[in-house]
Design a protein around this ligand. Structure first.
Ligand code: NZQ
Ligand code: ZN
Length: 385
């Protein structure tokens, strides 16, 4: 086991009815002005906004609305939120939504305490914020795992970069699977695949020898696969949705990463695809993963063979490489089974897209079993069409 330091400061309230039961008492620890942040309006249609706003009012809070946080949140939206926080002296930020709302709020929380531009501070000066407007989150769509970490993925439209920024981590999160019932089913599966992707991107990192994180990771991957299958049969299965909601947090709360250098090459490619096309994150990953893995599995044959056997239940084939490839193909078959797209064309991304620019701007990761070149990423992207 490699050396590690582990801490996760987010308190999780998991299960039905948690917001009604605990939110008011939690907010007593914070000042009177609360920014209520949300996305494009789903929370107004499904009643979650009203429920939360009523609790805030009954708790004597003054509400500052921050609405319209889009999927793939932009840096401009972060700046809008930070201005609102400063102008209204917001004491606490409550993010109500999926990964996009949480990510935007994490960076709003940090930017509101800074005079300088957080993009420059983090990307050029390589220093990270330490002062935040405190925040909490009510998760309405799961998958990204944003709920239990300080990372955010923000699109800088002018620079054409969708990249990681580090901001606040929620002091508390509510994970109520009942809130996910109104998420469009395509998004439910897309989110669940994102979770599977996070687990795979960690599992295929380094080192290759076994550690406890990998054993736990296999359990998470198998759980995600089996619960997606349950949901395909019955979209409203509460138990499957709740398992997927906790798996989302488990894949990104740091536990699976203990002792590992993660891979995340598929994510780096997908993020730049998103910067150029504004595509759906989980769908982009579903197309990229099998194509990328066909390019790299030989370099990581031992680990890919273990993935085939332990996650997909595949028997040993003639050689380790053959077993490894069978695992990659099982993943590709599973993606088809879920109804996720298997090509960029199915996502409405055509050959006119500037794949060269996407490939050239994608980060190459240290944890991937094969050090890709930008040229090979370009070939991978074209094969995804
Ligand atoms: O905007 P509204 O109207 O709320 O609709 C949203 C949105 O259209 C809808 N939705 C959410 N909860 C709902 C609901 N619709 C009905 N009922 C509900 N209860 O779902 C749609 C997608 O929401 P979004 O938050 O965009 O999706 P997701 O949670 O997949 O987040 C995607 C973002 O997270 C980033 C992605 O890159 C992308 O920008 N990621 C963040 C990570 C992190 N911070 O750790 C890791 C991930 O790898 C990922 O990159
Ligand atoms: Zn992801």
């Amino acid at each position: 086991m490699n050396n590690f330091i582990f801490e996760n400061p987010t308190k999780v309230y998991f299960g039905k009815g948690g917001v009604k039961e605990y939110l008011s008492s939690l907010l007593k620890h914070y000042g009177s002005t609360v920014m209520l942040a949300y996305g494009g309006g789903s929370v107004k249609k499904n009643g979650i906004y009203e429920e939360v706003a009523d609790i805030l009012k009954e708790s004597g809070k003054h509400i500052v609305d921050f609405s319209g946080i889009m999927s793939n949140p932009t840096y401009a939206k972060v700046q809008e939120g930070a201005r609102l926080v400063k102008e209204n002296n917001v004491d606490f930020i409550l993010a109500v939504g999926g990964g996009s709302v949480m990510d935007c709020c994490k960076i709003v929380s940090a930017q509101a305490k800074l005079d300088e531009d957080i993009w420059d501070i983090e990307n050029q000066k390589k220093t990270y914020p330490t002062d935040f407007v405190p925040m909490g989150a009510i998760v309405t769509a799961s998958g990204t795992g944003s709920e239990m970490n300080a990372g955010a993925v923000i699109t800088h439209q002018e620079k054409k970069i969708k990249g990681a920024l580090f901001g606040a981590q929620a002091a508390f999160v509510f994970l109520d699977p009942a809130y996910t019932m109104t998420v469009p089913f395509r998004q439910v599966i897309s989110g669940a695949f994102d979770t599977l992707s996070h687990a795979m991107e960690t599992y295929f990192g380094k080192p290759e020898q076994n550690n406890l994180s990998d054993d736990i990771n296999e359990a998470v991957m198998k759980s995600v696969i089996s619960n997606i299958r349950i949901l395909l049969e019955n979209h409203r299965d509460y138990n499957a949705r709740s398992e997927l909601m906790w798996a989302s947090a488990m894949a990104e709360n740091g536990i699976l990463k203990i002792g590992k250098i993660t891979d995340f090459q598929a994510h780096q490619i997908e993020h730049q695809l998103g910067a150029y096309t504004d595509c759906n994150h989980g769908q982009g990953l579903a197309v990229i993963h099998p194509v990328l893995y066909r390019h790299i599995y030989k370099e990581g044959a031992k680990r890919f063979a273990r993935f085939a056997k332990n996650v997909w239940g595949i028997d040993d084939k003639g050689t380790e490489e053959e077993t490894a490839l069978a695992g990659v193909e099982a993943l590709a078959d599973f993606i088809k089974e879920t109804g996720l797209p298997t090509s960029f064309t199915q996502m409405g991304i055509d050959e006119k897209t500037d794949f060269k620019a996407i490939a050239d701007s994608a980060n190459i990761t240290a944890g991937c079993c094969k050090a890709l070149t930008h040229q090979e990423i370009y070939e991978i992207l074209k094969e995804c069409l």
